[in-house]
Write a protein that binds this ligand. Sequence first.
Ligand SMILES: [Zn+2]
Ligand SMILES: [Zn+2]
Length: 482
Amino acid sequence: MEGEKDGDKTVAEIVVVRGDKKNTKENEEPTRLEEEERENLNEPKCERQMIKRRKYTSKKEVQCEEEEEEEEDQNLTVILFYKYVDLRNAVEMIAEQQKRICRKLELTGRLRIAPEGINGTLCGHPADIDAYQEFMEATKQFEDIQYKISHAKFEPFNDSLLVRMCNEITATGPMGNCRPKALGGSGGKHVRPEEFHELVKQAEQDPNVVLIDTRNWYETNLGTFRGAIDPKIRNFAQFPSWLDSNKDLITNKHVAMFCTGGIRCEKASAYVKSLGLAKQVSQLEGGIHSYLEQFSSHAVSHGVRTAKGGKSSQVIGKNEECLYEGVNFQFDERLGADYVGRGNISSHGLCTYCKASYSIVKKNVVCSVCKEFLLVCDSCIAEYQTPKCLEHQLLDIDWKVNLGPRISSKEAVRLVAALQRLLETSKSKPNQRAQRKRQKTLTLEIDRLKELVRERGDMNLLINVENIKTVPFVPLFSAVLS
Ligand SMILES: [Zn+2]
Ligand SMILES: [Zn+2]
């Protein structure tokens, strides 16, 4: 599931934890995903700690253990899927039905069911996943779902299944009312990976074609299409406010959008179209997953595919260079493991602190304030035991000591320009009471960055702030959208 921190209210919850009692949630540390679910339930949070992952075992396996376990781990299949389809009046019934079938097949994972459709990631033994797909194909509303298939070297959901009834199948915040194409809305044109590949090439030559990555910064940190604009948003709900501050990037352009599996672009592209600024709006059908399946021999050799039983699926663009660089982040405990789907270079990320090349996301390496994933290399993690994201480093008391030496005057000026845009946006919002705290934080951040530049005697750079027209960057400063 292309999970997100939820903005919407959950109608009801059904939690099923597989496995025996000894290994239920109470006895295990929560995973990041579970913590997010907890946050939504307003339950108290636990300290994040290293998790000792319990080996996935199945009743069906009765052979000798150790050798088999290794074998079995390689053989887990994960499916990612969604479908926008009118399920009004049927949400509860479908949730019960899904719970039943998943339990019967001993599948783990996450499912969201909403009046607008279904979204899920499920993991199980290949035969059980096949049986699930057969069940879905026999269900009228779900018969034509396109599954994105990959493998797991370990069970990535902490042995649990979570079936949720929600308002949306992926939390989109202010884009909640944008209707995707499948529900009669006006989303962007779906383009196949081959066609998208051409658009990526075109964007490199033609300033009238822009690629926009709609994912979060901890995803784009690990990989993106060559030349794509990275909004560096914290969560998908910030996408509209980023666009508000960067309208010039899309005005009169052909906007080509992409995300992990396609689901986010369904609403984001409808949102872009609703602004009426772009000349044309396209979205990558099947997302990065589908692109890698056709253009990355590495991804294909690791079993990234779409067609059921399509182990021999061909790399269609094998004579073409794969234009996705890095790894496709997953919303489960596999995170940025490169066997899930890698493009033409294996390393894309940089350490938050020393900026050395580093692309390993670890679920216990997060900002100690906002809990966002951070890339921190092994030597820096030893030094900064409670790492922080850029925003929270800037708000620290000793911000100058830690952040100062690592941020160039040029970068600082760009941040000032972006922050000033955010400040203007905030001031123009109707609910000024709710915005006041944000404006105070933004002003503090702007002042600190200016101070840095001033102390270095680079004031001439600051004079140009007002002239920086295109700042394709909203820094990682929390945009509370109210
Ligand atoms: Zn480092
Ligand atoms: Zn933070």
